[in-house]
Design a protein around this ligand. Structure first.
Ligand SMILES: [Zn+2]
Length: 230
């Protein structure tokens, strides 16, 4: 069985974008972990960041359980996630401890610095985790697959490359993700629920499914090697 580690800049990012894939994989028997680098606690129109941190962490824990996984948190602040070796080694140590087969995180180009910084930290953390010559308390671990989620804030040069049919888990994913007030509505002017439902319809239409989630991979991975043309 695999273990998928989804790493988001804010609580909610991974659930909204690829939560349906996580749920589908969990039902297949994979272990699922969601790692949130910040709570995303500064976006509430009324609640203080402290109150909203508490709410977001509760929502993340409930949503992770509903998606068949567990939630982990790093203690960084919304809007203030640095790109640093401290963050990279924290993530690398988690990778060495959990030994995920697959990691899903943000695409590199984003309007939100926490998302772009998450990408940079995670890519280096995967490298640090895999190098035996980098001595930490746990031995090295290499991740097999790295995928980038399709997030409305990370659109520049994102190409939908891998499509996963999520029709069979779609309603359950909607219910799980609606644990977040941000997704259900009323916190942000951005229509999260409508957007990601519609996106699943669009990606599904493009691959012959009712609902699908698309992800991107590193450009280096986009090659097909053939002996002869068919
Ligand atoms: Zn975010």
């Amino acid at each position: 069985m695999g273990h998928i580690l989804a790493i988001g800049g804010h609580c909610g990012d991974m659930e909204f974008t690829c939560g349906a894939v996580l749920l589908k994989q969990a039902k297949k028997g994979d272990k699922i972990t969601l790692l949130h680098l910040t709570p995303g606690e500064k976006g509430h129109p009324v609640m203080s960041p402290e109150e909203y941190t508490e709410q977001k962490m509760k929502e993340a824990t409930t949503a992770a359980k509903a998606l068949g996984g567990d939630a982990l948190f790093l203690p960084y602040k919304d809007g203030e996630l640095p790109v640093s070796d401290e963050v990279k080694y924290q993530i690398a140590d988690i990778i060495r401890e959990l030994k995920p087969t697959t990691i899903i995180t943000h695409w590199k180009n984003s309007i939100h610095k926490d998302h772009a910084n998450t990408h940079l930290n995670v890519v280096d953390a995967i490298f640090y985790a895999a190098i035996p010559g980098i001595k930490r308390s746990l031995p090295a671990h290499g991740v097999k697959g790295i995928y980038y989620a399709e997030n409305w804030e990370d659109p520049y040069d994102f190409q939908p490359y891998v499509y996963v049919d999520v029709t069979e888990v779609f309603e359950e994913w909607l219910e799980a993700t609606s644990q977040y007030a941000l997704f259900a509505g009323g916190v942000s002017k951005f229509p999260y629920k409508d957007y990601y439902k519609s996106l699943a319809v669009i990606r599904g239409s493009q691959c012959g499914a009712k609902y699908a989630v698309a992800m991107d991979i590193e450009p280096m991975g986009k090659k097909r090697i053939m002996e002869y043309l068919p």
